[in-house]
Design a protein around this ligand. Structure first.
Ligand code: FAD
Length: 379
């Protein structure tokens, strides 16, 4: 439940954000609207500003430089930034950081956590491979022990943000292929390590993701996160954090639709009003899913099925709002770019929303998780 102290926090956050350099905010927003999947030049400057002002790591414990608040505040923080179409340090701050706190060595924590919370580091996630997506335990990228180092060879795909990241959070095979998830270890690699080559892939929404080739990449043994061959637990911990705190883009897109209806003089049109009302209810459900997950984390529980439900709901709702919006707008809605209706945001949203039905694990796989972990059904 959102309490008075949470609202007080939100008030402080809003006052802080309102007082930021408007030029930095405008440049970051423009960049983020074009491609929300990776903070680039302005996004990195923006996150560094928040880091320097102590506004990253809202729920990180004080011993790691955080504000020591709870998951509910963390969710409100993510939602507020999403509402303003600004980056919130999503995976690096909310998935990699907490996973390192849970399983990293003292040296790894000292090396990475202060730089993450300062907004200096950006991690790309190297799980998927051409033949290992939903079936991630089939991954083949191999890390061979070699003295006090590992040598890594293989290929990752859909490695979003690899061209702007400072580090790669990599899953590689250290055991036998037949061991599946019992033979995987996690590593952190600097993105500029010799032997890493990146090829961009442009998605239909214009957002960039990448293929990453690893050719004899040498990393010290200390780059391994968690025990050898026990990376699956590390990976699933990070994935679960990732699924919980997704953006609340549907709310922003519904606002674009409302603004378009106002500019078209359609606010009192009964069809528009009923459609908007129905979508507004679904947006509130979206918020309640996220809030429930945050509250579970605050109560020391791990939201498995709940994180999956959250991810399925918001990603499908986003597509539905853009789709419904373009139906209401009619043929003109297909005009792309800022001169189009709703400044092209719904058209762009419709093109880019299918990505989120895949990213973080496809929605079909999430439905399996909900059936198994939420309803106790067999695999
Ligand atoms: C734009 C984009 C960005 C991404 N970013 C990253 C990233 O940064 N890092 C990263 O590691 N990965 C990333 N991914 C990869 C994403 O997690 C995978 O695409 C996803 O896990 C699906 O894997 P796949 O593409 O191999 O499809 P497949 O696993 O081959 O699935 C194909 C279809 O079959 C269905 N399917 C497969 N198995 C089952 C099953 N058991 N039950 C029911 N249905 C099933 C799937 O739902 C899907 O519809 C990204 C993907 C995209 C498209």
């Amino acid at each position: 439940m959102v309490k008075a102290e949470h609202l007080e926090f939100l008030g402080e956050l809003r006052a802080y954000l309102d007082a930021l350099d408007p030029d930095l905010v405008a440049a970051t927003r423009a960049e983020h609207i074009a491609d929300a999947m990776q903070p680039r030049v302005n996004g990195r400057r923006f996150l560094a500003r928040l880091g320097a002002d102590g506004w990253l790591g809202v729920s990180w414990p004080a011993e790691y430089g955080g504000q020591g608040r709870g998951p509910v505040e963390q969710w409100l923080f993510a939602e507020e930034l999403c509402d303003r179409r600004l980056p919130n340090g999503l995976l690096t701050l909310n998935a990699i950081g907490p996973t390192l706190m849970a399983v990293g060595t003292d040296e790894q924590k000292a090396e990475f956590l202060p730089r993450i919370i300062a907004g200096e580091l950006e991690f790309a996630i190297g799980y998927s491979e051409p033949d290992a997506g939903s079936d991630l335990a089939a991954l083949r990228t191999r890390a061979r022990p070699d003295g006090d180092a590992y040598v890594i060879d293989g290929q990752k795909i859909w490695t979003t943000g690899a061209t702007v990241a400072t580090h790669l959070w990599l899953a590689a095979r250290t055991g036998e292929q037949a061991d599946r998830h019992r033979g995987i270890s996690m590593f952190i690699l600097p993105m500029d390590a010799p032997g890493i080559e990146i090829t961009p892939i442009l998605t239909q929404g214009g957002e960039q993701t990448n293929t990453v080739f690893l050719d004899n990449v040498r990393v010290p043994a200390g780059a391994r996160i968690g025990a050898e061959n026990e990376g699956w637990r590390v990976l699933t911990t990070a994935l679960n954090y990732e699924r919980m705190f997704y953006h609340n883009e549907p709310r922003w897109e519904l606002r674009q639709l409302r603004d378009w209806a106002a500019s078209a003089g359609l606010l009192d049109d009964p069809v528009v009003a009923e459609t908007m009302g129905e979508l507004a209810v679904d947006v509130e459900i979206c918020r309640l899913f996220a809030q429930r997950g945050a509250q579970m984390l605050a109560d020391g529980q791990v939201p498995y099925a709940e994180a999956s439900a959250n991810k399925v709901w918001w990603s499908e709702l986003r597509q539905r709002i853009c789709d419904t919006g373009l139906d209401l707008i009619g043929e003109a809605g297909t005009v792309a770019g800022p001169t189009g209706p709703a400044h092209g945001h719904l058209e762009h949203g419709l093109r880019s929303s299918p990505v989120w039905r895949f990213g973080g694990g496809t929605n079909e796989i999430q439905l399996d998780i909900i059936a198994q972990r939420g309803l106790g059904m067999p695999r």
